[in-house]
Design a protein around this ligand. Sequence first.
Ligand SMILES: Cc1cc2nc3c(=O)[nH]c(=O)nc-3n(C[C@H](O)[C@H](O)[C@H](O)COP(=O)(O)O)c2cc1C
Length: 199
Amino acid sequence: MYSGINYIANIYITNQGLSILINTLIMDVFEAIFGRRSIRRYTGGTVTDDDIETLLKAAMYAPSAVNKQPWHFIVFRDEKTMREIIAVHPNSEMLDQADVAILVCWDEHLQHDSGFGPVDCAAATQNILLAAHGLGLGAVWVGIYPRIHRIEALHKIFELPEHVKPFSVISLGHPAEQKPFPDRFDQKKVHSEKWQTTE
Ligand SMILES: Cc1cc2nc3c(=O)[nH]c(=O)nc-3n(C[C@H](O)[C@H](O)[C@H](O)COP(=O)(O)O)c2cc1C
């Protein structure tokens, strides 16, 4: 059913006015959601600056509490930085192969109340993953928050100001692995009206 990429006309409004993009290759939203998997092996090909800008734009279109958009993004390619993260993060070896990565952070001065920053960053992170899949890239969410040790270590590595906290790293590259799309729908996780209904 949700197979494939649709060749469609896409009309949208930008800050510059009405832009009409015709014949844009756009992946169906359900294909993006159901077809995305964590990709940890990459070919070594380059992720273009245009693609990175698209990923960041997708991130910034995420919902955020009271529309505070408290996120910041650090795009990095430096192999030394990749190795520094691998040294402090036990599940980040794929960065060794990544062409580029994005650190997603939140600004405690910008977030809505205490605690909403990381939630907003989760939405931004997921948007990047979906957009990467839509662009034919491979990506994986490398978790930083809420592990204190990882937050402190990345805070230091990226020389963040005190009020800016690291949330996630997204490892990116051209995919060198393909994964199946298991059916994850689980009726047992679905409740009607209240947790338990007596019949
Ligand atoms: C909060 C969070 C933290 C994660 N941290 C890591 C990580 O540190 N390293 C990693 O390889 N994958 C990480 N993942 C990816 C998960 O392992 C992956 O999403 C999960 O196994 C499901 O596989 P899928 O993404 O292919 O559907 C993380 C995912 C989330 C949502």
